[in-house]
Ligand binder design. Structure first.
Ligand SMILES: [Zn+2]
Length: 435
């Protein structure tokens, strides 16, 4: 979707996400996944201390890769680990979960944070089997490689906001690394603008043999899981089921993909938080109210997920490197990078947007001022549509009148825009507070 501004500030929209200096490299992504597979298993209950095999060795290797990138950019990344003990049916004796983080501190408002994550742990058929080879090339060596590659590409660039590159553990045992990441964000007072979870992002041949190489699914929730009863009542009266922060993030990613055709990916914005009845490492972030989505391949191959390495009746099972498509993984990485670039450079989204226009042919929109915003982008669409169709750039004001836009028939939202055109997520317009 390309929004044509109705006023003179057209330069504000000049392809901001195109300022690309380095591109994700399929060969380097492949080398990262191969290195991960060489740890034999990365099962969460495997050895944390063995120097060559198991989750501990893999995590230390991931931290060392971040360290190399940090060295190459004059210390632009701080590498650290966060840890906590978790237990549950899939770890009855408890296990220490460690997340490896590389933090690229923002130059303007470092508390504003964009997170990109993948899980480094792997598994085979029996989720308690911590000793068999579990290559986890695609699940989730692909997401892990994407996160490290995103750090390589973005290192050395400067942003107002902070970027956190996260390698998570314990996904297969209970989304514990995702929980630890979300609680770390909360404890540190991070204002999370986006949490991009990448899980299974590196194959293009489906279970049925179909090839889908030009599409990525982005899963998002419409109504935020952290919504309280009062907010729920307001939303039921005014709409917004397709416009929660997670859905706004998915729509933003879709827009970025369309504005960057050189990436070569169509976003299939699935209106569901994750695959049917399932969850991922973004789920704990959603529970805390952070805008979070899951990227996953356009078509899945279940013979290559959570399977013991074996051949049965000529059918090959297992999550191995040879089944992956690295040029595709590079495209998904490029879309993550473009999204991070824009959101780490944009102002924050307006805290609230209110509408007024009952019994009128016009709608008045007003919103909270955002520090650092050079302008605002007011969006609207018919109330039977999902994606924004119309927009107007507003400068020097925190309100606008949309003539002949009847509030009953339209959804309206506002994004904050930086000097260079980078735009925040869209905040959905609700009921004006009674004065
Ligand atoms: Zn996974």
């Amino acid at each position: 979707m390309k929004i044509l501004p109705l006023c003179a500030a057209a330069t504000l929209l000049a392809s901001p996400a195109l300022a690309q200096t380095k591109a994700p490299d399929p060969a380097r992504l492949k080398a990262t996944v191969e290195a991960l597979v060489r740890f034999g298993t990365r099962h969460t209950l495997s050895s944390a201390t063995d120097p060559k095999r198991g989750i501990g060795a893999a995590r230390r290797w991931g931290a060392a890769e971040f360290g190399k990138i940090a060295k190459g950019c004059g210390g632009c990344l701080t590498v650290e680990t966060v840890a906590d003990r978790f237990s549950g049916p899939r770890a009855p004796d408890g296990v220490e979960i460690v997340d490896v983080l590389a933090i690229q501190k923002g130059m303007g408002d470092p508390d504003e944070v964009v997170i990109v994550a993948g899980h480094i742990d792997s598994r085979v058929s029996d989720v308690m089997d911590a000793t068999s080879d579990a290559p986890g090339a695609n699940d989730d060596g692909s997401g892990t490689a994407l996160v490290i590659e995103a750090a390589r590409v973005l290192a050395g660039e400067t942003f107002d906001g902070t970027i956190v590159y996260a390698l998570l553990s314990g996904e297969e045992q209970g989304l514990w690394g995702g929980k630890l990441l979300a609680s770390t964000a909360k404890a540190r007072g991070w204002k999370v603008r986006a949490m991009l979870n990448n899980d299974i992002v590196g194959n293009t041949v489906g279970q049925n043999g179909r090839i889908v190489a030009d599409r990525v699914r982005v899963f998002s929730e419409g109504i935020r899981s952290s919504e309280d009863q009062k907010a729920g009542l307001t939303r039921r009266a005014t709409g917004g089921e397709d416009d929660g922060p997670s859905r706004a993030l998915a729509k933003k990613i879709d827009t970025i993909a369309q504005e960057n055709p050189q990436i070569g990916l169509d976003v299939f914005a699935v209106r569901r938080p994750d695959r049917f009845g399932r969850g991922g490492d973004h789920t704990p972030s959603l529970e805390l109210g952070y805008p979070a989505v899951r990227f996953s391949v356009g078509i899945e191959n279940y013979d290559q997920q959570h399977q013991d390495l074996r051949t049965e009746n000529g059918r090959v099972y297992g999550d191995t490197v040879d089944r992956m498509d690295f040029p595709y993984l590079a495209r998904v990485t490029a879309l993550n990078v473009a999204t991070i670039r824009e959101l780490a450079a944009a102002p924050a989204a307006p805290a609230t947007v209110s509408l007024d226009g009952a019994l009128s042919m016009d709608t008045r929109v007003f919103w909270d001022a955002v520090p650092g915003a050079a302008a605002y982008h007011v969006y609207w669409r018919r109330a039977d549509a999902q994606d924004w169709t119309d927009g107007r750039i507003v400068t020097g004001a925190t309100q606008a009148v949309l003539t002949d836009v009847v509030v009953d028939d339209h959804f309206i939202g506002v994004a904050a825009v930086a000097k260079d055109g980078m735009e925040s997520l869209v905040t959905f317009g609700g009921m004006a507070p009674r004065k």
